[in-house]
Design a protein around this ligand. Structure first.
Ligand SMILES: Nc1ncnc2c1ncn2[C@@H]1O[C@H](COP(=O)(O)OP(=O)(O)OP(=O)(O)O)[C@@H](O)[C@H]1O
Ligand SMILES: [Mg+2]
Length: 493
């Protein structure tokens, strides 16, 4: 264990850390902060939710001259929401240093952004497209930048962003320090990264698995057309405080969110086609609990740190194992527990094996919940509500009426009625989600697609032949029924 005191961090940041309640440095912080302080370029890889933001933020902030009102630190992040969040974390760390980090992202009013930039923030946290726009207009000047950070580095150096990133880095003084952080770093991307840096030191926090061990990982083998009912049943049983449901397409995200609303869940969708205002309002509602289920594309997969997310569902399994790691990493952050449940169609069983192989982790098979279990789950929520009311002990005003009631009815009937009233009745309106092709081959990434297939013949060869049939099946109404005597394998935690 390393304390921040041992890390030679300036007093104002130490004070901020104390205020943030950080007691010990996480392993990635303990290992990369000294290297960055010595001026090295650093590639830092550590699991999701282990404090990579502060790992690059602390040394970057410490280097900044607060008297110079020009941009000295630049962080590039793949999504707007992440840019905002990282800027917030940096501002918390920098609050006693008198310097400021400003988020700069697309979808925001350009003129207003330019005005705010004139106020002289020393750090800018930006998405690539908007950043380039500002660089070309010379509304962001790069000459003073000493530290450049790529958060979610592998994503930033992936096909979609690589040209932008190269152009951005070309415009930043060569003697800069470059820091790259992510929970995943496929080898071919690491090679690209190394070329953009100056003999970087690589830190990979040793972990058996790429995923965090305090996330319990499950999968349910379920045909496409039963996924939605499986999801609602599961939500009823687990009653997650906050859950994120990932789907593959924007259309499906909209359909799932709408379907969940029809069934009585407070759900909203988030994806790249929404206006920036809508994206922000959905995310804010989720953060303060007014939305309980966030349905999302991979736009919400990376970096977002929302406390209270207890469950992540992969309604559709992602193409890339890396994406799986980031998605499930939205729960189980900063040492908290979480659950990840992936829905796998029978034809995708081979892909599941590949994800397990790359992430070096195992998903435990669970059975789809039955309608009966879901019903019990909802009733349990009502019971919990009742018990909480009993605990509050402010029932005196009700006791006379209650005892009158018990003169005429037996207690079981009265309690059953109360529970019925407290139980969320769901309209079981049928919901149809438009279909997608099952995933069968890893998307080519840096020319790796074919190799993946060849390297994993063992799994792909057996595609569609995952263990099946031994547990139970769906009746004509689409309700999953357990085979009699089959050992109950549910997890109601
Ligand atoms: N040393 C620390 N002690 C306690 N909490 C910390 C510490 N460092 C960071 N945190 C908190 O842990 C949470 C996760 O941190 P952060 O978002 O930086 O993780 P990350 O490694 O970047 O994850 P991801 O790979 O998902 O981007 C944040 O809420 C952060 O404030
Ligand atoms: Mg992060």
């Amino acid at each position: 264990m390393t304390t921040f005191k041992e890390l030679n961090i300036s007093e104002p940041i130490m004070k901020a850390l104390e205020k943030m309640g950080f007691e010990e440095a996480t392993p990635i912080q303990a290992e990369t902060i000294p290297l960055a302080q010595q001026g090295n370029d650093v590639i830092g890889q550590a699991q999701t939710g282990t404090g990579k933001t502060a790992a690059f933020g602390i040394p970057m902030i410490d280097k900044i001259d607060k008297n110079q009102k020009k941009i000295q630190g630049l962080v590039v992040a793949p999504t707007r929401e992440l840019a905002i969040q990282v800027a917030e974390e940096l501002n918390r760390l920098a609050r006693f240093r008198g310097i400021r980090a400003m988020p700069v992202y697309g979808g925001q009013h350009m003129e207003r952004q330019i005005r705010a930039l004139k106020d002289g923030p020393q750090i800018v946290v930006a998405t690539p497209g908007r950043l380039l726009d500002h660089m070309r207009r010379k509304t962001i000047r790069t000459a003073g930048i000493q530290t450049a950070v790529l958060d979610e580095a592998d994503e930033m150096l992936n096909m979609g962003f690589i040209d932008d990133i190269k152009e951005i880095l070309k415009n930043i003084p060569e003697q800069r320090q470059t820091l790259l952080f992510s929970a995943t770093m496929p080898k071919e991307i690491r090679d690209i990264a190394t070329n953009l840096m100056d003999s970087p030191k690589e830190v990979k926090v040793k972990a058996k698995e790429m995923t965090v061990e305090n996330i319990d990982q499950y999968f349910i083998e379920v045909p496409e057309k039963y996924k939605f009912d499986t999801l609602t049943n599961h939500l009823d049983i687990n009653a997650p405080a906050l859950a994120i449901v990932f789907s593959r397409t924007k259309k499906r995200v909209d359909e799932i969110a709408e379907g969940l609303q029809i069934r009585g869940f407070r759900a909203e969708g988030i994806h790249g086609d929404l206006t920036q205002g809508k994206r922000m309002s959905v995310l804010n509602k989720f953060k303060n609990g007014r939305v309980e289920v966030l349905v999302a594309t991979d736009v919400a997969a990376r970096g977002l740190d929302i406390s209270g997310v207890t469950h992540v569902y992969n309604f559709d399994i992602p193409q890339d194992p890396e994406s799986y790691v980031h998605r499930i990493g939205r729960t189980g952050r900063a040492g908290k527990a979480g659950e990840a449940i992936s829905f796998i169609t029978p034809r995708e069983m081979g892909h599941l094996k590949i994800i397990e192989q790359v992430t070096k982790s195992k998903m435990k098979r669970i059975m789809p919940p039955t309608n009966k279990e879901a019903q019990r789950g909802k009733q349990q929520a009502a019971v919990d509500k009742l018990l909480r009311t009993i605990d509050k002990k402010d029932l005196t005003d009700y006791q006379e009426t209650a005892s009158d009631l018990l003169q005429d009815h037996d207690s079981i009937t009265v309690i059953s009625a109360a529970l019925k009233m407290l139980t969320k009745e769901r309209k079981n309106t049928p919901v149809r989600i438009s279909s997608v092709q099952p995933i069968s081959v890893k998307k080519p990434q840096g020319g790796k697609g074919k190799n993946y297939r060849n390297n994993n013949k063992k799994f792909y060869g057996k595609r569609g032949q995952g263990k099946r049939g031994g547990h139970g099946g769906y009746n004509r109404k689409g309700n999953y029924q357990k085979r009699r005597n089959h050992k109950n394998n549910k997890h109601n935690s």
